[in-house]
Design a protein around this ligand. Structure first.
Ligand code: GLU
Ligand code: ZN
Length: 296
């Protein structure tokens, strides 16, 4: 059994990242598995080595130690290229701009999602500067999530043919995550529920590439009292800010408490928390971080 934590080094590590790291670590270690660290630095515009370095120092400080070498996605473009070529029969080039896609979009897609209408499918564009899209089937992808239960997602209506490589040559998260998790033997994926439906895109790629799919455990998000998702802009929730005021066991204990794992927010190391971890304790609803209960 192998779990992983796959942060994007686009800012300071904050409490929401710590929850993903902690739950994936606990689940892997309780099953006697390995826990791997992958730095998702595919996008050179948004990623910084400095953030990756700080993130690793924060994980070490928290006592969440990974197994084996750290994987950097920025160093793996040859590998992604090789798998992209395997998918050639199912891909095509696309030169649509965002505005063209929005203009062609069916009016009912009003929840903010962009569903690509397939405009370039039959255009037979050949251009190194075009994006590459994957043709998706008009069928439901079925899977089970440990917390959110059975999911059934039709990719044709959920996202349409999705991007595997951007027009600037940057590989898409959806392709890289599948290739990396499969090649590093990851069997269980724990991450925030914002990626719950992305699993359908990923499972379709597992099928096309003939990889064994992992199990999925999406966890609730941390939200503030206004119901907004905590984000990297909330400076006080950055691990670096918490380090100046708390010990690592205090941060772990408070987070474990608000995540439902322990009845009182007592200081604990991740190791000490292990016997008390159970997925059945983790709620499906998002977790409000208030001044009373938070780790700051
Ligand atoms: N890199 C993503 C993030 O930091 C997580 C992707 C994943 O766990 O699959 O939100
Ligand atoms: Zn197009």
């Amino acid at each position: 059994m192998t779990g992983r934590f796959a942060p994007s080094p686009t800012g300071e590590m904050h409490l929401g990242n710590v929850l993903a790291a902690l739950l994936s670590w606990l689940s892997a270690k309780q099953q006697g598995g390995a826990w791997r660290l992958r730095i998702e630095d595919l996008d050179p515009q948004r990623s910084r080595q400095e953030y990756a370095d700080r993130l690793m120092r924060d994980l070490e400080w928290l006592g969440l130690l990974w197994d084996g070498e750290v994987i950097y996605q920025s160093q793996r473009t040859d590998i992604y290229d090789q798998y992209l070529r395997q998918l050639q029969a199912y891909t095509y080039f696309c030169t649509c701009t965002r505005n063209e896609i929005l203009a062609a979009q069916a009016p009912h897609e009003s929840d903010g999602r962009i569903v690509y209408p397939g405009t370039c499918r039959n255009r037979h564009i050949q251009s190194a500067k075009a994006a590459i899209r994957l043709i998706v089937p008009n069928e439901n992808i079925e899977y089970d999530d440990r917390i959110y239960g059975h999911q059934s997602v039709n990719l044709a209506t959920h996202c349409g043919d999705f991007i595997l490589r951007r027009s600037d040559g940057v590989f898409a998260y959806q392709l890289a995550v599948v290739v990396d998790d499969a090649l590093s033997g990851v069997t269980e994926i724990v991450r925030g529920r914002d990626l719950l439906l992305s699993a359908a895109q990923q499972l379709y790629l597992y099928r096309l590439l003939d990889f064994t799919p992992p199990t999925y455990c999406h966890h609730p998000l941390l939200i503030n009292e206004q119901g907004q998702r905590l984000c990297k802009r909330d400076q006080s929730l950055a691990v670096s800010a918490m380090r100046t005021r708390y010990t690592a066991p205090e941060v772990i204990g408070r987070l474990a408490h608000i995540a439902g794992l322990i009845p009182e927010p007592v200081p604990l190391t991740p190791e000490q928390l292990l016997p008390q971890f159970a997925w059945s304790k983790v709620p499906a609803h998002d977790i409000t971080v208030t001044n009373q209960n938070n780790a700051i």
